[in-house]
Ligand binder design. Structure first.
Ligand code: 7PJ
Length: 290
């Protein structure tokens, strides 16, 4: 027996188990009318169209999505805060429909305790919080729900986060922050194997910061928690390629594969949060075959 720790290769998600022996794909379902990256493709005239939601999610699942991530708050740079009621109204009815229709794993992209609670009641399996459970009552609420949580790093808040982000050592600071948030979760009785970590690409970071964090993925993988990685269509890709948001598919898929390689090469495990499920999955299948 050796006692070298390796990162878990599965995640208990309520009643379901997510296989992490290979990278899992999380498909993004944006329920915000002002989403910057997909133009809110489930909307008709600024209203969520239930039929579009069902067909979009059905396609993502057929294309190989392991998880569907629902979000009702826009966190793009400069986005305005949303009220609790508005967020509930955007997310909960849709989630109820989805859990009634699909046997998939659903995560709720929210920082709001009321939304976490109602989403769990509606059948959500994972709490994905870009504020790492820092809002009042968020930590206690998530701990009570007993679902896995994703703790993400963000410097500042969406409204101002891209104004002038600064770090001494971005990787060290992100790791320190996530370590502290993780400890708070453990102190409230959460299980270590229910905690996912996410460096938060694009959340209060310049291109140079994002690239440093990308190169730090093997180091992050050594924290022995599954990593959640969201690179899809983000501005770092736009900056590298000088490409608008509708022209970032190849960059996004390339980065997803390189992230998978970096993390699994360090014996970690990963969930890749993507808009383009089919293309990402095809690239992953090629990578795995090789
Ligand atoms: C992320 C997210 C991410 C996690 C968004 C966008 C902005 N949740 N929610 N990680 N990004 N955990 O998709 O561009 O990177 S919304």
């Amino acid at each position: 027996m050796n006692n070298i720790k390796t990162t878990q290769k599965q995640l208990q998600c309520g009643s379901k188990v997510l296989d992490l022996s290979k990278p899992a794909v999380m498909g993004v379902l944006n329920l915000t009318p002002d989403s910057f990256s997909d133009g809110g493709n489930v909307f008709s005239k600024a209203q969520v169209d239930p039929n579009k939601v069902l067909s979009t999610v059905s396609t993502m699942i057929d294309d190989g999505a392991d998880i569907i991530d629902l979000g009702g708050e826009s966190t793009r740079p400069g986005a305005k805060p949303v009220s609790v009621q508005e967020e509930l109204d955007r997310v909960i009815p849709v989630l109820n429909r989805l859990t009634a229709n699909f046997d998939s794993i659903f995560s709720i992209d929210s920082s709001t305790p009321e939304v976490m609670k109602e989403a769990a009641d509606a059948g959500a399996h994972i709490i994905n919080d870009v504020r790492a459970l820092q809002r009042p009552r968020a930590l206690q609420t998530a701990a009570n729900l007993g679902l896995p949580v994703c703790l993400m790093h963000m410097q500042n808040q969406p409204k101002t986060m891209q104004d002038n982000p600064e770090y001494r050592d971005v990787l060290a600071e992100v790791l320190e922050f996530l370590g502290k948030r993780k400890q708070e979760c453990l102190d409230l009785g959460m299980q270590a194997d229910q905690i996912l970590l996410d460096p938060g690409f694009g959340f209060g970071k310049t291109l140079a910061h994002n690239l440093s964090l990308f190169n730090g993925l093997p180091t992050m993988a050594k924290e022995n928690h599954p990593l959640l990685v969201g690179l899809s269509r983000k501005s770092m890709i736009g900056q590298i390629l000088d490409a608008e948001v509708n022209d970032r598919l190849i960059g996004s898929v390339t980065m997803a594969i390189l992230a998978a390689q970096a993390i699994y090469g360090a014996d970690g495990s990963a969930i890749l949060r993507v808009h383009d499920v089919k293309e990402t999955k095809q690239a992953l299948d090629i990578w795995q075959a090789i």
